[in-house]
Write a protein that binds this ligand. Sequence first.
Ligand code: FAD
Ligand code: NAD
Length: 399
Amino acid sequence: MEMNGIPKIVILGAGYSGIMTALRLQKELNYNEADVTLVNKHDYHYFTTQLHMTAAGTDNPENNRVSILKLIDEFKIDFVKSTVVQIRPQDRRVILEDGTLSYDYLVIALGGESETFGIPGLAEYALTIRSINSTRLIREHIEYQFARFKREPHRTDLLTIVVGGAGFTGIEFVGELADRVPELCRQFDVDPSLVKIINIEAAPTVLPGFDPELVEYGMRVLERKGVTFRIGTPIRECTPDGVIVGDGEEIKAATVIWTGGVRGNRLVEEAGIETVRGRVKVDEYLRAPGYDNIFVIGDCSLVFNEEGKPYPPTAQIAVQQGVNCAQNLVACIRNQALKPFRYQHKGTLASLGKGEAIGIAFGRKYRGRTAAWMKKVNDLRYLFVLGGIMLVLRKGRFI
Ligand code: FAD
Ligand code: NAD
């Protein structure tokens, strides 16, 4: 508790879960009920769910981010633009790259990181879709390979893009990339038939676990756009020249994008909190085991369904956790009963590029334009929840 008796709440991360916690707290808390500080390494909130477009170059990064100061009320929430370097639960402190914060209640909402499963070379040579900055790098990297090809026309590997992992991130990315290729070819005077997009998946199917009929539809759409799938083919190694798959076959590619999985932020396990691949098995109130003042939400948390299976880390669950976490923080401060977190899965929609998507919502399957339209409505809905109609108009891509 602070000297003035006002409890200090520190929220780490302003992604889907962290920004939602902050916005709900700012709405719920009365003046002087708590000191709330939000820490984020950038001064903007970005839409991770749209990053496949920024990475492929079909969308401008500006459409995918919004200034945090435009979302929060600075009279109610202190925003600190800084990078968290250490969490110290033992002395209720967080170490930032340029300072220290103490807390009474901590919300860890730092998101996930790419999981490379120790596959050699991936961390060094593959690119990942994780942030605005990482997607700028992918876009520029691909353009540079096209430009190089004009100087080294025998090197068709410069026009080969390998995407490792055909989960939702991989699928959404290859859909966008296939849409971008014709424009890239025009821009760099390249014969489109020389460009290869190869999506490699270890499991016997793309989108393992998803509805087989929709998967079949999705694969057909993407193959028609020029994507080649290699399923049942694990990537064993990534090298400066491409990837080694299966029994040792080499696929030469100047661009390798790794979309093979995510884990929780490493700072959480380094804090001494028990994790499974960086994710904390939180209690029913989203608290870390053994700490009744530390909430862990979003991709850093692990929540199980009634059959004991973990929910996949998504923006959908992250947003709902943010709302519940804010309610429980208010309850803690007011000495009221906490509310258990109950996830309401509304459905899954995945884009396959312009005008095409697949998904399940309201217990029904959707594909094609209808699914793409539903995904768009869903994205607009998030903008509305975040910043009202003005944000919808500013970032809704109506032009
Ligand atoms: P994030 O949204 O990742 O936010 C973490 C925040 O913490 C970021 O602002 C980051 O800058 C900040 N941060 C990280 N480390 C530090 C540090 N050390 N110091 C300070 N700040 C830090 N889910 C869906 O439900 N629907 C979709 O359609 C969908 N599409 C996706 C498409 C793509 C291409 C990808 C990659 C993911 C998609 N997801 C989707 C998954 C979804 O984006 C994540 O589950 C969601 O972003 C998790 O939210 P979060 O709050 O845990 O973390
Ligand atoms: P994921 O874990 O869902 O998929 C990774 C894929 O990579 C899997 O299919 C896996 O079999 C494959 N893989 C793993 N190792 C491999 C190897 N060595 N070689 C080849 N393939 C390999 O990861 P993701 O797609 O990044 O998704 C992360 C989370 O974000 C998930 O929870 C997902 O649901 C969510 N997400 C949702 C959407 C959406 O709803 N539209 C979009 C993107 C991501």
